[in-house]
Every structure is written in structure tokens, then in C-alpha cells.
Ligand binder design. Structure first.
Ligand SMILES: [Zn+2]
Ligand SMILES: [Zn+2]
Length: 413
């Protein structure tokens, strides 16, 4: 296995697996903030597997077709639907920024034509290998690919969450006989707060704001978070507006009822929510108290910038961040300095500000619980800021664990 990116960092995933007779690429993503890319693989591949639609795992896939790759990409049906939205949006942003484009629309379309669906629980056989997908509980369509070759079994967690949330059922845990487990380690250094308590805190903030006559702005990631928040908030009976890419992402997810826990509830919540269709409606909706679920989740662009620019002086309004804020984003700057900085806007909002960490990743204790259950012979930690510390901790507990570096090759024997 050669690690092309995503080691000792969160972003630009890519792993090359050479079985001797086949070559597979697992993930091919981009670091969304920095634009950093994984090492470019040769395109003589027998198949490409993608665990879910987030761009750190998938954002460069169209480039493979630009480079001449002509083969299949395997993913869940919901992943393709979401990927189509995210890649088009990403291309639009690239064009706006004016730099060299990573790929063209024709490459996205070629990718879409070359996708072969593999659902959680299904297996694809190759000459000497097979790959099976297992449910990962992270976002709709997310899977853990398991490769088997010559009696060796390599499991990759992708991004994983074991606990049930309002939106997703937790990841599959009954996996046995794993030789190598390639594990994400985003939150390997900490545990998440109790989710029920987070949900209650969110409801309380929303009610206090709206009953106090204010607007509660909740920037949220389009895929996963928006839908979870919609389910949590729809029963409060307060007006909810959706703005930005979350609308189309929700429509896409609703086309795949089995990718979520409770399709009916999401459908009901979505049909009750008001959708902001035109930019000119934004100033009208903030004339009366309401909740606004909008992109971007890390405040670096999107309709949320407009809402903050209109409401920042109002202490009766609130701004609730609901996910991880990557260093360098406007969201992180706001948490660290209390200032909202975007292009030529620099303000110190007087709105009530809250940070509730609704993570779609698992945490320290649940990772260890999973390793104890699966008993892999070897654990390779990637997709984290400091996986080498976690590897050390795991070795003390008797696991064989390592944190490979980008460019490193690991022999599975
Ligand atoms: Zn993800
Ligand atoms: Zn990720």
C-alpha cells in the first residue's frame, strides 16, 4: 500500500494498493482549504474506490479522467448523487478564483458515466481480489471498503461514526479476521460531548433567540449536518429557512431512502422548511424571527456571509457553529478572535455566538472499542492531525499501530 496523501493531516486522501496483479486507488481527494493535492498516481488502475462524497476523499476524481484514466469508480448510489453536486460547485469556485482548473465539466461527466454502484453489503470480484463495502455511519452513502487478496484482508474505515445520530445509523462493527485496518483518526485525541445534550442545547438557543424576536443563523455543512439539524429542529414549530447548497443536498439524500435512518421524518421536516430560492428574498426573511440553516459551514463564503453582514450588530440574534472549523477558515478566526473576516468585511459581531460540536466522526473511546472488537493484526492511522501520539497510546495497549507518512509504502505480508 502506498499512501499518497491524508497522512498526519486531515485532507487530500489517496491510497494506492498494488496486489501484484491488480492496482487499485482508494480515494482521491483535495485539501479543501489549502488546495493541496495527493501525490499523483499512474493511471494504469484496475479500479477506483471512494468511501463517501466529501471532497477531501473525492475532490480530484475527475482529474483521473483528465489524465486518461478510462476505468470504473465504485461507490454507493447516494455518493454519486452528492458528488455530482459537490464537484460542480467546486468547479464553479475554481473558475471564479481564476487559477488553473483541476478538471473540466467533461471530466465530471466522464466520471459519472464510469461510476459502478456498489452498495453497503455488496461485493465486487476482480481477478485475484474482491472488495466489499460496509456501512460507515458518517454521512449518507458512506462506506468502509474491505479488500481481500490471497487470504489477506485490509479494511479502510473511510470517515466513520459508530454511534447512531438523528440522521444516520452507526457503522457496521461485526467485522472479523482483519489483517490491516487503515483507520481515520480525526478525533483520536478527545471524546465528543453527549449528543442528546448537544441537541437540547441547540433547541434551547433557537427557542431563546426566536421567542426573543431574533434570528438564529446556523451555518452548516450541506451534506449530513443540514439534514440532521432539520430533523432536530423541525418539531419546535418555529419558522425554518434553508439557504444554499443544503437544499439540493437534501433533495439528493431523499432520493436514497436507505442511506439514512428515517426517510419519512426527513421528508416531513424538509417539506415544512421554507427554501430561499432567490438572493433578493434574504433581506425579506430576516424581517421576522426565524431559524436559518445555511452554507458555508465554516463561514468561508455562501449565503451565510450575507446574513452575518445584515445581523452582526443585533444582540437579539444568534450565530451557532455546529461543526469542526478548519484553521484558516472564517469560522475558526471567529472562534479564536471574535471577529468575522471575509473579503473586505471585518466586524466584531454582537450576536450571541455558540459552538456546538455535532461531529460526524467517531472519537477516542469509540475507536478503541472498535479495535478491541475487530482485533486487527495491524492498525495504520491516517486522516488526523497527530496520529503518531495515538499510535503510541495504542502500542502501550498491546496493538500493533503505526502512523504512516505521505509517500510511504507499507508492505502487507
Ligand atoms: Zn467525510
Ligand atoms: Zn474526511
Amino acid at each position: 500500500m502506498r499512501f499518497l496523501g491524508g497522512c498526519r493531516e486531515v485532507g487530500r486522501m489517496g491510497m494506492l494498493i498494488d496486489t501484484g496483479s491488480e492496482k487499485f486507488l482508494w480515494e482521491y481527494g483535495i485539501s479543501v482549504q489549502s488546495g493541496e493535492k495527493p501525490i499523483q498516481p499512474k493511471i494504469n488502475l484496475d479500479g477506483v474506490f471512494v468511501s463517501h462524497a466529501h471532497l477531501d476523499h473525492s475532490g480530484l476524481l475527475p482529474q483521473l479522467y483528465r489524465l486518461g484514466y478510462d476505468g470504473p469508480i465504485y461507490c454507493e448510489p447516494a455518493t454519486l448523487d452528492l458528488l455530482s453536486i459537490l464537484l460542480r460547485d467546486s468547479l464553479k469556485l475554481q473558475k471564479r478564483e481564476g487559477g488553473p482548473l483541476d478538471y473540466l465539466m467533461t471530466d465530471i461527466k466522464k466520471l459519472e458515466r464510469n461510476v459502478r454502484f456498489l452498495k453497503a453489503g455488496e461485493r465486487e470480484d476482480f481477478t485475484t481480489s474482491s472488495v466489499e463495502f460496509h456501512h460507515a455511519g458518517h454521512i449518507p452513502g458512506s462506506v468502509m471498503p474491505l479488500l481481500e487478496n490471497g487470504g489477506k484482508r485490509i479494511l479502510f474505515t473511510g470517515d466513520v461514526k459508530f454511534m447512531d445520530t438523528q440522521l444516520m445509523g452507526g457503522a457496521e462493527k461485526k467485522l472479523k479476521g482483519i489483517d490491516v485496518l487503515v483507520s481515520e483518526s480525526t478525533y483520536s485525541y478527545t471524546n465528543h460531548p453527549n449528543r442528546k445534550k448537544l441537541e437540547d442545547s441547540l433547541k434551547k438557543i433557537v427557542q431563546e433567540t426566536v421567542y426573543g424576536g431574533g434570528i438564529c443563523v446556523i451555518p452548516s455543512f450541506a451534506v449530513g449536518r443540514t439534514q440532521e439539524l432539520l430533523i432536530i429542529l423541525h418539531e419546535l414549530g418555529v419558522p425554518i429557512y434553508m439557504d444554499g447548497m443544503g437544499i439540493r443536498a437534501t433533495e439528493a439524500i431523499l432520493r436514497h431512502p436507505k442511506s439514512i435512518r428515517n426517510h419519512k421524518i426527513l421528508q416531513k421536516a424538509f417539506s415544512r422548511a421554507h427554501k430561499v430560492e432567490r438572493g433578493m428574498d434574504r433581506d425579506r426573511i430576516i424581517e421576522s424571527p426565524c431559524v436559518i440553516l445555511t452554507t458555508a459551514g465554516m463561514l468561508n463564503g455562501g449565503p451565510v456571509v450575507h446574513y452575518i453582514s445584515r445581523l452582526y450588530e443585533r444582540p437579539d440574534c444568534s450565530l451557532v457553529l455546529t461543526g469542526f472549523q478548519v484553521p484558516g477558515t472564517a469560522g475558526r478566526t471567529l472562534i479564536d478572535t471574535g471577529k468575522f473576516v471575509h473579503e473586505d468585511l471585518e466586524v466584531k459581531p454582537r450576536m450571541r455566538m455558540e459552538f456546538l460540536d455535532f461531529s460526524a466522526h467517531t472519537d477516542h473511546d469509540h475507536l478503541i472499542e472498535f479495535y478491541k472488537k475487530v482485533k486487527p493484526k495491524k492498525i495504520l492511522l491516517i486522516h488526523g492531525e497527530k496520529p503518531e501520539d495515538f499510535a503510541k497510546e495504542l502500542r502501550k495497549q498491546g496493538f500493533e499501530a503505526e502512523a504512516p507518512k505521505n509517500g510511504e509504502t507499507v508492505q502487507v505480508s
